[in-house]
Design a protein around this ligand. Structure first.
Ligand code: ASP
Ligand code: MG
Length: 418
């Protein structure tokens, strides 16, 4: 009988120091001793990635992206080599692999590369030789043979991609929180740990600020049908399973409230009101690899007058976005570019809202009762997001969480047909 394979990913806090590396090693060995084949994907220790970024900025204002990837990829390698040593001392055979050695092939967009293929032969061979395999997260090798990294939080995506490639039964994400919560427990003390969420809900949650999983890892898991189990590395309680919607058991109307204060708004004033204007603006941003979220364009009331276009963008991408917009603004005769960094966003997510009217009204009433002004709104079939002032985010999250009774003991069942 072939053994089942599990991928275990450990985040930065779970490998932060020697004691924690040994603890992760023991957990990996325990899984192996229970009869499973194990591939572990590790993140850089603690704040290593932040420190490496700071080191780069000490020597260069805008560090070369290729060299940045050479630098950043070292953090994950350190974790893997150390953990392999600890596992070997526990009497098991372990081998650490860089992303490139593990066969993670990416495109060429340095610092936010996408995985194109996982050529997992070397992982499979090592597993067949009864070894525990450690794969450095967050990195790969590009089609032009350079080291790449996958964007912040990218080790999650490494783990899911490896799990898909070797057909693992589950991809376990070990982290410093107990799972995925109905809201950030630091803001909402009675936030509930969710036993399960669907890929679709998790995608919306990751896109609107939930930090447990990198957005791309969820996309990848959905496309390849990889079951994710997000759980604490400090106890053995079950965490949150991310699954296909058909496989989830609970169907609440609303699943979670998420928030983000890491976005900025760019407003372009004097955009010519003619076909192609928005196309050139957003093509330039796409070319620069900037992920744009909520977009609002107001149609000028008088014919021939200029329009205003606003959109939100991650603060990480702000500099690149402004650089990319400069030439377009010149070409289109845009008169002003305003940047607002003080915005925040609150969102509610739930597969049940698809067929349930009145959710948006309740969101707006709840924010109105808190005297919170809504500046932009965007929706999907299972999400409603509102852009508000950043300092209003905590109380808005608490109010929405309470209004939809998402806390411990208060799941609002979905009514009516789905
Ligand atoms: N070390 C990288 C980061 O801090 C990748 C990861 O941890 O997933 O973003
Ligand atoms: Mg992470």
């Amino acid at each position: 009988m072939t053994q089942s394979t599990v991928v275990m990913k450990f985040g930065g806090t779970s490998v932060a120091d020697a004691e924690r590396i040994k603890r992760a090693a023991r957990r990996i060995v325990a899984a192996r001793e229970s009869g499973k084949r194990v591939v572990a994907v590790l993140s850089a220790r603690g704040k290593t990635t932040d420190e490496l970024i700071a080191m780069a900025q000490e020597v260069s204002e805008v560090p070369d992206p290729r060299e940045m990837d050479m630098l950043l990829s070292t953090g994950e390698r350190i974790s893997c080599a150390l953990c392999a040593m600890a596992i070997n001392d526990l009497g098991h055979r372990a081998i650490s692999l860089t992303g490139s050695q593990a066969g993670i092939v990416t495109d060429t967009s340095h610092t936010k590369a996408r995985i194109l293929d996982v050529r997992a032969d070397r992982i499979r061979e090592a597993l067949a030789e009864d070894m525990i395999v450690l794969v450095a997260g967050f990195q790969g090798v590009s089609t032009s043979r350079d080291v790449t990294t996958l964007g912040r939080g990218g080790s999650d995506t490494t783990a899911v991609a490896v799990a898909a490639a070797i057909d693992a039964e589950v991809c376990e994400i070990y982290t410093d929180v107990a799972g995925v919560f109905s809201a950030d427990p630091r803001i909402v003390p009675d936030a509930r740990k969710l036993p399960q969420v669907s890929f679709e809900e998790m995608l919306e949650m990751a896109a609107s600020g939930a930090k447990v999983l990198q957005l791309r890892s969820v996309e990848y898991a959905r496309t390849h049908g990889v079951r994710i189990h997000c759980r604490s590395s400090f106890d053995s309680e079950p965490g949150t399973f991310v699954l296909r919607e058909e496989d989830t058991m609970e169907h609440p109307l609303i699943t979670a409230v998420t928030h983000s204060t890491e976005e900025a708004r760019i407003t372009l004033v004097g955009v010519p009101d003619r076909p192609g204007a928005a196309a050139s603006i957003f093509a330039a941003l796409a070319e620069a690899n900037c992920n744009v979220d909520t977009i609002i364009q107001n149609e000028p009331l008088t014919e021939g007058r200029a329009a205003e276009v606003s959109f939100t963008i991650g603060t990480d991408d702000l500099r690149a976005a402004l650089t990319a917009l400069e030439p377009v603004c010149g070409e289109l005769g845009i008169t002003r570019i305003d940047t607002d960094r003080e915005i925040g966003k609150v969102s509610i997510v739930g597969a049940g809202m698809r067929s349930h009217p009145g959710v948006a009204a309740k969101v707006f009433q709840t924010l109105a009762a808190e005297d919170v002004n809504i500046e932009m709104i965007s929706t999907s079939p299972i999400k409603i997001s509102c852009v508000i002032r950043a300092d209003a985010v905590p109380r808005s999250v608490r109010a929405l969480h309470a209004a939809f009774q998402l806390g411990e003991g208060g799941i609002e069942p979905e009514q009516g047909p789905r």
